[in-house]
Design a protein around this ligand. Structure first.
Ligand code: GLA
Length: 388
């Protein structure tokens, strides 16, 4: 891969002796959805698919970006002195936002760069192709400018960039999973205090299968921000009756006792999801530790139902995929993953049923929705870093 990247880099930007190569994965969240901006728990893992990058420093302040995924746009040039939050610059907003964030936090980024990117995560699929580009950029800056920042600090700066440069009020899950991923493990992260544990994903008889609805998220970002403010509204009213910092602080019993304080029915449903999903995630990780995969799968299904009925972020496409999956023998669990409003489902499927799963779910999806879904069998990989 490294040789191919360097060859392509030279053909785009010309010969140079110090070209360095990097990789940042995509991620899939196994359970714990829309809990990360509510101080709850998540359970994502890094994938072996992701974004590759080749980079070199320049003598001037130009930032020249080229993506093999958008080769028709050619080299897109800007300058370190000219990074504007909220600018409509397509995919380059992700790397540019991270440079802007490093500068804003006071790191000395005083030379421009040439950067070539090449990704194999389907765009807008909910597998975090954008966070992958962000964390890749963070890792490139750390390495090229010898900045002493931890992987967690990089994740936080990338989230900051997404929030303030791109205007999406996302939580920390995606950037954290991508920066901190560990081969063969998922990360049980408490987003309230950023404490985390790695949990082995030792699937001997099963595979993780992702089904891409191929429905592009569209207005997803504004809906995402809307969900977030609905949760904030619910939290504000709950705080008038109980001393909590975040919805993730509540047990189910406490929520049931105090929910009446939330006057708006929609906000109450959103908060219910956040509280129940957080508790479900903790139970799911316990189940996995106890090798009870059946319970883990059942909780995945319950998560989807809650996202469908209470959080209302699934939509016909994702419901069709999950509901078709539940009918197939050998499916341990299946749910939407990521923000929702399109994107992917994640399913745990017995090895010998993977082909049947793809065939049956694929058929039902195409006949109901009118276009096809794509399926990927994925592996759990390492977090972002330099390629040696
Ligand atoms: C997106 C966001 C994450 C998280 C998920 C939903 O992926 O970037 O921070 O909120 O949606 O769980």
């Amino acid at each position: 891969m490294k040789d191919r990247l360097i060859k392509n880099f030279i053909s785009i930007f010309g010969e140079h002796k110090d070209i360095r190569c990097y990789f940042a994965p995509g991620r899939v969240n196994l359970i714990g959805e829309h809990t990360d901006y509510n101080g709850g728990h998540v359970f994502p893992c890094a994938l072996t698919i992701g974004t590759y990058g080749a980079a070199r420093l320049r003598e001037d302040k130009k930032v020249r970006l080229y993506s093999e995924n958008f080769s028709e746009s050619g080299i897109l040039e800007s300058s370190l002195d000219d990074l504007i939050p909220g600018e409509k610059a397509g995919w380059t907003n992700y790397p540019k936002g991270v440079i802007w964030t490093f500068l804003k936090k006071g790191y000395e980024i005083n030379r421009g760069m040439d950067i070539l990117l090449s990704g194999n995560i389907p765009n807008a699929s909910g597998l975090s192709s954008s966070a992958s580009v962000e964390v890749l950029m963070g890792v490139i800056l750390k390495d090229l400018f010898q900045i002493p920042v931890s992987a967690v600090a990089i994740a936080l700066m990338c989230q900051y960039s997404e929030n303030h440069y791109n205007g999406v009020n996302c939580g920390i899950m995606d950037q954290f999973a991508i920066a901190m991923g560990k081969k063969g493990h998922a990360i049980f992260l408490n987003t309230g205090d950023l404490s985390y544990q790695y949990a082995p994903i030792a699937l001997a008889d099963e595979k993780i299968v992702i089904a891409n609805s191929n429905k592009v998220r569209g207005l997803g970002d504004s809906k995402y921000n809307e969900r977030r403010s609905e949760c904030e509204k619910a939290l504000g009213q709950l705080r008038e009756v109980i001393g909590i910092e975040a919805l993730g602080d509540l047990t189910i019993e406490q929520f049931e006792t105090y929910k009446i304080a939330i006057t708006d029915e929609v906000c109450r449903k959103r908060a219910k999801h956040a509280v129940y999903e957080n508790q479900r995630t903790k139970r799911a990780v316990e189940a996995l530790k106890g090798k009870d995969l059946i319970l883990f799968g059942k909780l995945m299904n319950e998560s989807h139902i809650s996202l469908r009925d209470d959080y209302e972020v699934t939509g016909t496409e994702l419901d069709t995929l999950a509901e078709a999956a539940w009918k197939v023998d050998g499916v341990v669990g299946s749910r939407m993953t990521g923000a929702g409003f399109g994107g992917c489902t994640v399913s745990i499927v017995k090895n010998h049923m993977v082909n049947t799963f793809i065939e049956k779910v694929g058929k039902e999806y195409a006949s109901k929705i009118g276009y096809t879904a794509d399926f990927y069998i994925v592996e759990v990989g390492e977090g972002a870093g330099r390629l040696d």
